[in-house]
Design a protein around this ligand. Structure first.
Ligand SMILES: Cc1cc2nc3c(=O)[nH]c(=O)nc-3n(C[C@H](O)[C@H](O)[C@H](O)COP(=O)(O)O)c2cc1C
Length: 194
């Protein structure tokens, strides 16, 4: 981690829920702490603060609103990305899909990605996670093998944003840590040349 102090690995998180008090957001905060522990600088890109458009609403990329450009830039500059999504009707949310549709392999190629899913029901967010994994492979990203699904999300967190199950919290932290660690490895050649 000595090198990362000179040129820190940067990990960003994208949250697929815009809801105030989102449990996906709370899970991503925990994962980002893990990335920070591994020496990364971190940022949660709260999509509710970005005025995005649906992909296809304008013909030319030059007509993208400033927030689309800003989001693309932030992800381009990141070495690792955490994607969090609620399970919506057996898949991931449209919010995260549209954000990903506005981007592509330009932003994601050779990025290390970690996935976190959250569900209201007891079956967890396995469908959202599997489908996100497929999308990420199409984006040419490197998804870490473990992902975490938080079932019955409305009962899973305490009032301080911690999970009631410490083992689950540790697994989420570990996803963040792994993203930062593998991003460090993947960027070690570039760092040596800087
Ligand atoms: C449109 C919609 C569809 C949903 N579909 C599912 C579902 O298929 N399975 C499930 O377990 N929960 C489902 N839920 C519940 C959400 O996964 C749950 O409320 C989750 O905590 C929302 O994440 P958030 O707290 O980050 O907003 C759905 C909720 C919404 C609003």
């Amino acid at each position: 981690m000595r090198e990362s102090k000179i040129h820190p690995i940067n990990v960003v998180a994208l949250c697929g829920s815009l809801r105030q008090g989102s449990t996906t957001h709370a899970a991503l905060i925990i994962a980002l702490k893990g990335a920070e522990e591994a020496g990364a600088s971190v940022e949660l890109l709260d999509l509710s603060n970005y005025e995005l458009i649906f992909y296809g609403a304008v013909d030319e990329k030059s007509d993208y609103p400033p927030d689309v450009i800003k989001l693309k830039q932030k992800v381009t500059e990141a070495h690792g990305v955490l994607l969090g999504s609620p399970e919506y009707h057996g898949s991931f949310s449209g919010v995260i899909k549209n954000a990903l549709d506005l981007m592509g392999s330009e932003e994601f190629q050779n990025k290390v990605v970690g996935l976190i899913g959250v569900s209201g029901g007891r079956m967890g967010a396995g469908n959202a996670l599997s489908m996100l994994r497929i999308v990420c492979s199409s984006l040419r990203a490197w998804v870490v093998p473990n992902d975490v699904s938080i079932a019955r999300a409305s009962e899973a967190f305490d009032e301080n944003g911690h999970l009631n199950d410490p083992e689950l919290e540790m697994r989420i932290r570990k996803i963040g840590r792994q993203v930062a660690e593998y991003a460090t490895v993947m960027n070690s050649d570039k760092k040596a040349n800087q």
